[in-house]
Design a protein around this ligand. Structure first.
Ligand code: HXC
Length: 259
């Protein structure tokens, strides 16, 4: 496999794989092709006995600025349903090896949801986290309404999702979204250090510990995700989603009409 939108390093260090999201000009916006490559790469690494921990990163400016708005903007509800992009996310959710996010710059929308699919998170001091979908006339679709609420609690999740404002790395640390905040020169090295530490443990114990912790997180999650998904698709039937995404592309403020 030779991915276009990822740089994958598996052999530079024993037992550790590093995946870099690589669409720097688009702030690593998660188009469907990148997500498919990420899914396939993770599945492959999950089956590779040499790999014991996986680090996912972007670049200093952005981890990922969300799903690709240009790719979504013209779609209708039925298109979105048939594209079925969330089956890709469902596969990522089932990866058994530990995933460590090394985040610098923007982790927004689907980018923040990808961070929440990881098990440990190291942030640089410049990292910013947000669910700004509301500004596009939609809502999170890859589990944000459910996972963020479980992680930070109702009022903080409401603040992030209803205002669309970003929070800083230090705020994210206080709110329990990240494990560590370090200077920007160190975030990747720190994430690799964590990976090295996990790689020294029993792979079986790590696997079962991850499974058990996710179980605690998961009770009734499936129902919540279905609910979120239907609402996400429904918004693509309205005019506000078209307006919100078109306004982003045209670099102007949106004019929402509630239809
Ligand atoms: C497509 C994007 C993008 C995105 C940035 N770009 N985010 N393209 N999809 N999500 C592109 C811009 O269009 C621009 O391209 C280039 O990246 C640099 O971005 P700028 O806006 O010029 O940079 P800056 O002024 O620094 O602002 C950074 C930013 C802003 C605050 C992150 O780009 C922004 O608000 N992006 C959108 C964030 C967002 O709404 N994310 C949620 C998406 S919806 P050009 O060609 O103009 O240089 C979502 C739903 C998830 O994630 C559903 C499930 C997967």
């Amino acid at each position: 496999m030779n991915p276009t939108y990822l740089i994958v390093e598996t052999r530079s260090e024993p037992n550790i794989a590093l995946i870099r999201l690589n669409r720097p000009k688009e702030l690593n916006a998660l188009n469907l092709e990148l997500m498919a490559e990420l899914r396939d790469t993770l599945k492959q690494l999950d089956q590779d006995d040499e790999v014991r921990a996986i680090v996912i990163t972007g670049d200093d400016r952005a981890f990922a600025a969300g799903a690709d708005i240009r790719q979504m903007s013209g779609k209708g509800a039925v298109d979105m349903l048939l594209i079925d992009q969330f089956s890709t996310w469902d596969t990522i959710k089932k990866i058994k090896k530990p995933l460590i996010a090394a985040v610098s710059g923007f982790a927004l929308g689907g980018g923040n949801e990808l961070v929440m699919h990881c098990d440990l998170v190291v942030a640089s001091e410049t990292a910013q986290f947000g669910q700004p979908e509301i500004k596009l006339g939609v809502i999170p679709g890859a589990g944000g309404t459910q996972r963020l609420t479980r992680q930070v609690g109702k009022v903080r999740a409401m603040e992030m999702m209803l205002t669309g404002e970003f929070i800083s790395a230090h705020q994210a640390l206080t709110w329990g979204l990240v494990n560590k905040v370090v200077p920007v020169e160190l975030y990747l090295e720190e994430a690799l250090n964590m990976a090295r530490q996990l790689a020294r443990q029993s792979p079986l114990a790590i696997r079962l510990a991850k499974e058990a912790v996710l179980k605690a997180h998961d009770t009734h999650l499936a129902e919540g995700l279905e609910f979120e998904r239907k609402n996400f698709y429904l918004l693509f039937a309205g005019q506000d989603q078209k307006e919100g995404m078109q306004a982003f592309i045209e670099k102007r403020p949106p004019n929402f009409i509630g239809r």
